[in-house]
Write a protein that binds this ligand. Structure first.
Ligand SMILES: Cc1ncc(COP(=O)(O)O)c(C=O)c1O
Length: 440
């Protein structure tokens, strides 16, 4: 069965009677006029649809906690939608914890991850009653125990481990291989467990956590991960009499950024994970653990598009034709960071056939600020609206104010209604934190 992470475009995308592209029943040209560009647009039906795909795919296993990896896109409105779909939240900073808290999320359904959480962040997590903290290293075990003691509380934790699985994705988004900055090496787990059982009395260990990487297309590695985690649970039971009843296998399912991407469906990975888990429960004689997943990109990416307005163009003699738009690497860092590829279309009605091969350049002062290389589009004119697909994940969340350019607004569309969920930054926002010392 297909799932929404396998589509290139939001599920409501179509051409309307004016010949313009519409999403969520909203004409993209009207949105660009009303809210200005660059503009992030999120289709609510697509977000809710993929949540339902995940829930259906995993309903065969009795106890699953879906925790959206909020690093992909974290805003109060997005948190509210996912909470209403029954998802919890994987967070990695005080900022993400505070956002979901302010959105009214049940904090027991929040997990705090990260390889260098600060004293202040761990304290905030304890104060707000975050449900689980995934402890990444020995330093953090000791620090967290000390903070928990000062609050006179016992903190519920998982141990983040490095399972030694290499996935074939960009090296910057691989995390589960042995030489990774994240988590305890398999050879360090016993020492960590001994410390928790004997010394760190304010920590209660519930299970193991791993995350192997992002934009994953290989399905079998999820089975390998389940095997390693369940085998460790069984080994720790035999060695320490420790009953761990949670395994968190992270996120990572890929999405379709271009025609050649063939990400697996949620249903396909669910079958592999659940079959392997049931097999390992028998094989290693363990109690069936709660299964936790942390999908980020696959939950939100497909729902998002970014609209840009075409400005200047440059034909290099005997070379490329550059079309410049009003955004670029500061609102979508992925092409310049990982060489990520995107598909775009012209959102306004154009009578031109597909005739020009162009390179869409950003407006930021770096030669590397290229959004899409060599794409064939109708002949573009100043004022045309370009719609770049699949920008819901890791675009706004990685956005910066490079060149002191304001971050774009974000609108949520559904049933022909559009609502701002992030206001466009103003010039006063840009200087809001600047201070001129009196002596100047
Ligand atoms: C620990 C952890 N969980 C979940 C995710 C989400 O991954 P994705 O967005 O690929 O699903 C990440 C991403 O880096 C992560 O580090």
């Amino acid at each position: 069965m297909k799932s929404i992470n396998q589509s290139l475009k939001p599920i409501t995308t179509k051409l309307n009677s004016s010949g313009n592209i519409e999403i969520g029943g909203c004409d993209l040209v009207d949105l660009a006029e009303k809210y200005n560009t660059p503009l992030y647009v999120i289709d609510e039906a697509t977000v809710r649809g993929i949540c339902q795909d995940y829930k259906k795919a995993f309903e065969k296993y009795h106890n699953v906690n879906m925790m959206y990896a909020s690093k992909a896109l974290c805003t109060k409105a997005i948190a509210k939608i996912l909470h209403s779909e029954g998802f919890g939240f994987d967070t990695v900073s005080a900022g993400e914890i505070y956002t979901v808290y302010k959105a009214g999320v049940d904090m027991t359904k929040v997990l705090f991850n990260g390889n260098n959480k600060s004293y202040e962040e761990l304290s905030l997590a304890i104060e707000l009653g975050v449900g689980r903290i995934s402890v990444d290293n020995f330093f953090e075990l000791s620090l967290l125990n000390e903070i928990a003691k000062s609050y006179n509380k016992t903190v519920d934790i998982l141990l983040r481990i490095t399972p030694g699985i290499e996935c074939h994705t960009h090296e910057y988004i691989q995390t589960g291989h042995l030489d990774s900055k994240f988590g305890f090496d398999l050879t360090q787990i016993d020492e960590a467990v001994e410390l928790i059982l004997n010394d760190y009395k304010n920590l209660k260990l519930h299970g193991l956590h791993a995350h192997i990487g992002s934009q994953i297309f290989e399905t079998s590695i999820y089975g390998d991960e389940v095997e390693i985690l369940t085998k460790e649970i069984s080994r720790l039971d035999k060695k320490f009499g420790l009953k761990l009843n949670e395994i968190n296998i992270g996120g990572g399912l890929g999405v379709k950024y271009n025609e050649s991407d063939k990400p697996p469906a949620t249903y396909e990975i669910a079958d592999i994970i659940i079959n392997k888990l049931n097999e390992c429960i028998k094989k290693y004689s363990i109690d069936a653990p709660t299964l936790i997943l942390e999908p980020g990109r696959s939950v939100i990416s497909t729902s998002g598009v970014t609209l840009y307005t075409v400005g200047s163009s440059k034909q290099v003699p005997n070379g490329k034709k550059y079309i410049a738009v009003d955004g670029g690497m500061a609102d979508n860092a992925r092409p310049s960071m990982y060489g990520a590829e995107y598909v775009a279309e012209v959102a306004n009605n154009t009578d031109h056939e597909l005739i020009e091969k162009v390179t869409i350049a950003g407006r930021f002062c770096e030669s590397g600020d290229i959004l899409i290389k060599d794409i064939t589009l109708p002949k573009l004119n100043e004022g045309d609206i370009i719609c770049v697909y699949n920008t819901g994940a890791y675009n706004y969340s990685m956005a910066s104010n490079y060149n002191r350019v304001q971050k774009p607004a974000m609108v949520l569309v559904n049933n022909s209604q559009s609502d701002i969920i992030i206001n466009r930054e103003t010039l006063d926002d840009i200087i809001a934190h600047d201070v001129i010392p009196d002596r100047l």
